[in-house]
Design a binder for this molecule. Structure first.
Ligand code: HEM
Length: 342
């Protein structure tokens, strides 16, 4: 046998030994039920092909039906516990920096840049997070940012040609009422934003069904016993917000887009761990209020300035992030009565 062949055999034997050792260790721990799939690849290919389609739910539904709301899988090269359980998701979010640490796949981390808050840890993260939270709170948006958000959106819309991109829908009457209250073209006021009740319903529903962030990744910093299972130290956890948002036990007719479900302050009755488009705990999104304001002002201005029809058929895809495949091209027409930004 050549020395190359014997080296190959030794490597294969060591790899097989390590795999068996790992299996033995996992068997001793009580892991959440599930499957680690093929060696190395795990279930990554199934996940990617599901999330590249406009209906990724079967990947999750099949496993949820088979194993329950918390299951083990193996994706992006790592064993991962997938949670569709609101209380478990809350536990994971709340224990950031204690039992878990933020851990995104390399591709996402590269995209964020090395100084991103999401990559900071410990005390530095604590300080920077509270500083960032104070930059975009309601009173700062009300007193300073709203006017600029509105102006920038209007300038942008003014420059639109006939072919543009849009992802939202809203009820026009509400915007017409606001517009008739204030002089056409005049800047929006905080009270205008607050009176966009139906728009808030559309924003809530969009964030429930088509949030750009389907869930969050964490890594267990120690063996964690929860609900009778063990999440081994070093394993990833994916707390899936989407799986909770689309569970019919939490939202009636959960897979239909129905902004009216949010009317009459009905969100007050939804438990805080069930609707979490902006995460929670020490990494709660600092931009949550600003994002709502930007979306609402954009919708208001867009709907009152333009009418539109879809230019082409389009569909949602969910990998690597939630987006429309062709960026939803539409043909817009300026409403005659609208006046440019002043
Ligand atoms: C619809 C829009 C948005 C959604 C759905 C969203 C969602 C989220 C979620 C779920 C997290 C938590 C990530 C985790 O726990 O691992 C997060 C974190 C973060 N978001 Fe947002 N976000 C949005 C808009 C914004 C905006 C407008 C800003 C800035 C102005 C922003 C800044 C951040 C930052 C800096 C973090 C990291 C916080 C930390 O690690 O402490 N986000 N976002």
């Amino acid at each position: 046998m050549s020395s190359f062949t014997s080296l190959l055999f030794s490597c294969a034997a060591i790899a097989a030994f390590l795999i068996l050792l790992r299996r033995w260790r996992y068997r001793r721990l009580r892991l959440p039920p599930g499957s680690l799939g093929l060696p190395f690849i795990g279930e990554t290919l199934q996940l990617i092909s599901a999330y590249k389609s406009d209906n990724p739910e079967p990947f999750m539904d099949r496993r949820l039906n088979r194993y329950g709301l918390v299951f083990t899988t193996h994706v992006f090269g790592e064993p991962t516990v997938f949670s569709a359980e609101p209380e478990m998701n809350r536990f994971v979010l709340a224990n950031e920096g204690k039992l878990f640490e933020c851990s995104y796949p390399g591709s996402i981390s590269n995209l964020l840049g090395k100084h991103s808050l999401l990559l900071m840890k410990g005390n530095l993260h604590k300080k920077m997070h509270s500083l960032t939270m104070s930059f975009a709170n309601s009173s700062i948006i009300k007193d300073h940012l709203l006017v600029d958000v509105d102006r920038l959106i209007r300038l942008n819309l003014d420059s639109w040609s006939d072919r543009v991109l849009l992802m939202e829908e809203a009820k026009k009457e509400e915007h017409d009422q606001i517009r008739s209250k204030s002089k056409t073209g005049a800047p929006l006021e905080w009270s205008d934003y607050k009176s966009m009740i139906f728009t808030q319903c559309v924003v809530n529903e969009t964030l429930r069904m088509a949030n750009i962030i389907g869930g969050i990744f964490r890594r267990a910093t120690t063996d964690i016993n929860i609900n009778g299972y063990t999440i081994p130290k070093g394993w990833k956890v994916f707390a899936s917000f989407r799986a909770v948002h689309l569970n019919p036990n939490h939202f009636k007719d959960a897979r239909s887009f129905n902004p009216w479900r949010w009317q009459n302050n009905s969100e007050a009755t939804i438990p805080v761990n069930v609707y979490t488009p902006f995460g929670g705990g020490p990494r709660l999104c600092p931009g949550y209020e600003l994002a709502r304001v930007v979306l609402s002002v954009f919708l208001h201005r867009f709907i009152t300035i333009f009418s539109w029809v879809p230019a082409e058929e389009d569909r949602l895809v969910f990998f690597p992030t939630t987006r429309t495949q062709k960026r939803y091209p539409i043909i817009v027409k300026r409403r005659e009565e609208s006046s440019p930004c002043i």
